[in-house]
Design a protein around this ligand. Structure first.
Ligand code: SF4
Ligand code: SF4
Length: 134
């Protein structure tokens, strides 16, 4: 585990959003940026590395993607502190990553700009087989 892909900034759907993202966040329900997290992982090189990734993606709601030659593990699970009607219920004490997240760089109206995206065990397994066994 290395670092997060993106830095999250706040107020997802909150009643007290940051000045610059108030309108956008108010429209974003449920808040996209509170529905998952992702972390950069070491780039897999050997078949055994991919085998380890297969173990991870065998778990529910785990995906992998690549962006600008880096690999990320994504866990699609909502933050337990997000409520659709109230937004972030720990807004004043939300974690640093949330405080730093910029709505002007967020996923609100943009398609994810991934190079590769593995949604399932089967997708990653196919890719691995093709890569190492043609
Ligand atoms: S994804 Fe963007 S618009 Fe939506 S709540 Fe998060 S920061 Fe706001
Ligand atoms: S603590 Fe959870 S609900 Fe609050 S901003 Fe961060 S991810 Fe969203």
């Amino acid at each position: 585990m290395r670092k997060t892909d993106r830095t999250k900034r706040p107020a997802p759907g909150s009643r007290k959003p940051a000045r610059d993202n108030q309108a956008q966040c108010a429209k974003c329900v449920p808040a996209k940026c509170c529905m998952y997290f992702s972390i950069e992982v070491d780039k897999p090189l050997k078949e055994s590395d991919f085998d380890d990734f297969l173990w991870m993606i065998a778990h529910r709601d785990v995906e992998f993607y690549t962006k600008r030659r880096k690999w990320y593990l994504m866990v699609k699970t909502p933050c337990r502190f997000y409520e659709p009607a109230r937004g972030c219920i720990i807004y004043p004490s939300r974690p640093r990553i949330c405080r730093l997240h910029h709505a002007d760089e967020c996923e609100f109206d943009e398609a994810y700009d991934f190079d590769l995206h593995f949604h399932s065990y089967e997708e990653l397994e196919r890719y691995t087989r093709k890569r190492f066994h043609g």
